[in-house]
Design a protein around this ligand. Structure first.
Ligand code: ADP
Ligand code: ASP
Ligand code: MG
Length: 403
């Protein structure tokens, strides 16, 4: 069997943890399997590198930022190869350039386009454990790129697909995918299985346990994922196309505090305004999320939308630049908002999920500022400081702590 194993930052956070990973990989190898390992940077080292860059300048070049951040993964793969070497297990570490892992050009948020598998297969052939840097790639000019925070999961899934691996295991610091972030909701329960679609929604809506692109790729290439702990032998959660269990009404709740809301108040109520607004943002590569337009009055209307917090100031500037002052009354920006979502495949056939969610928010005294839905999700925008209270109340309303 060819097995891809990915270990996150906490799982390789210090010397002991690195040897723990080495032992787990060695066991698999000694059972006669081919093993490809993908690692994240140790502990919080990516955050530390970001801090380091900030100590130099407020606006580092995106290219140099990726050059810097990619070093974190290079440290951990080399150390794991050394640890395995010290245990007399043949291993080799490879970075994105050595593999080669081809991505688009977009620094900080590149997408994997193609992976050359020759070098990896060659090393496997020689019975080596191959350890690959997660999170990084190269563009067509050999510049180093990164895949976005949490992107090592995506490296692992892409490799599993390219190598036609028999299994892809994502090892992390919790036992699997839970009904809510177990660090914030105390009764959260581990799920045995979850579908790609549900996982994709949860990951996109703030469940940081998997990078959302990794789930997208897993679905596209039909890579069955197992999410499990690197610190125990518990079974973990299987992410796949169909689950055997009766479709659950709701499989999880997620929160995303990295949201901001912009309201453009008193826009002229004429055709083309929304087009002009969102087109000017799109041209600057600013992604918007929920959109709400008020009922027009006195020839004016308000348009509010949400987006990732880090783009909020730029978005306001773009609007100010593209709309003459007398085309609107005011722009107001609120960064203290959070998105809270419930996700479940069972929603498609069961009405009332949204109503129950709103009731849970009412019970908790949380005001809803915006609402959006898809076939398998309901999302609301609320004040950020009410997030944990909202999560707990919704989790309880759907009895997610009970099997
Ligand atoms: P790694 O470094 O292994 O990639 P991450 O920090 O990226 O680990 O992801 C694991 C974390 O995801 C957990 O520690 C947990 O706090 C968080 N998390 C958020 N939502 C969920 C969820 N629904 N199920 C499990 N973990 C979650
Ligand atoms: N080291 C990167 C990060 O912290 C990638 C990852 O952990 O998946 O975002
Ligand atoms: Mg992660």
């Amino acid at each position: 069997m060819l097995i891809v194993k990915k270990f996150g930052g906490t799982s390789v956070g210090n010397r002991e943890r690195i040897f723990n990973v080495a032992r787990r990989c060695a066991e698999e190898y000694n059972d006669g399997n081919d093993v490809v390992v993908v690692l994240s940077a140790m502990g919080k080292s990516t955050d530390e590198l970001i801090e380091l860059a900030r100590s130099i300048t407020d606006s580092p070049s995106k290219r140099e930022m990726d050059m810097l951040l990619s070093t974190g993964e290079q440290v951990s793969v080399a150390l794991l190869a050394m640890a395995l070497g010290s245990m007399r297990i043949p291993a080799v570490s490879l970075n994105a350039y050595q593999v080669a892992m081809h991505t688009t050009h977009r620094y900080g948020n590149a997408r994997i386009k193609r992976i050359d598998t020759d070098r990896i297969l060659n090393e496997i052939e020689q019975r080596k454990i191959v350890i690959v840097t997660g999170f990084q790639g190269i563009d067509k000019f050999d510049n180093i790129t990164t895949l976005g925070r949490g992107g090592s999961d995506t490296t692992a899934v892409a490799l599993a697909a390219a190598l036609h691996a028999d299994a892809c295991e994502i090892f992390t610091d919790v036992d699997g995918v839970y009904t809510a972030d177990p660090r914030h909701v105390k009764n959260a329960r581990k799920l045995d299985e979850i579908t790609y679609d549900e996982m994709l929604e949860l990951a996109t809506l703030g469940a940081g346990v998997l990078h959302n692109r990794s789930v997208e790729l897993a679905k596209k290439y039909n890579v069955v994922l197992v999410v499990r702990s690197s610190l125990n032998e518990n079974e973990g959660t299987i992410v796949k196309e169909e689950t055997n269990v009766e479709k659950m009404l709701v499989s999880g709740v997620a929160a995303d505090k990295n949201a901001a809301r912009i309201a453009v108040v008193g826009l002229k109520d004429i055709p083309g305004v929304a087009f002009h607004l969102f087109n000017s943002l799109a041209r600057k590569n600013i992604n918007v999320d929920m959109i709400l337009q008020s009922v027009g009055r006195d020839g004016t209307k308000d348009i509010s939308f949400t987006l990732e917090e880090e783009y909020a100031d730029e978005a306001v500037a773009v609007i100010q630049k593209n709309f003459p002052k007398n085309d609107y009354n005011s722009i107001n920006l609120d960064k203290k908002v959070a998105k809270v979502s419930v996700v479940g495949a069972g929603m498609q056939t069961n009405p009332g999920v949204a109503a129950s969610m709103f009731e849970a928010l009412y019970d908790a005294g949380v005001n809803i500022r915006m609402i959006s839905t898809s076939e398998i999700r309901v999302t609301v925008l609320i004040d950020e400081d009410k997030t944990d209270r909202a999560l707990a109340s919704i989790h309880e309303k759907f009895s997610l702590d009970m099997a």
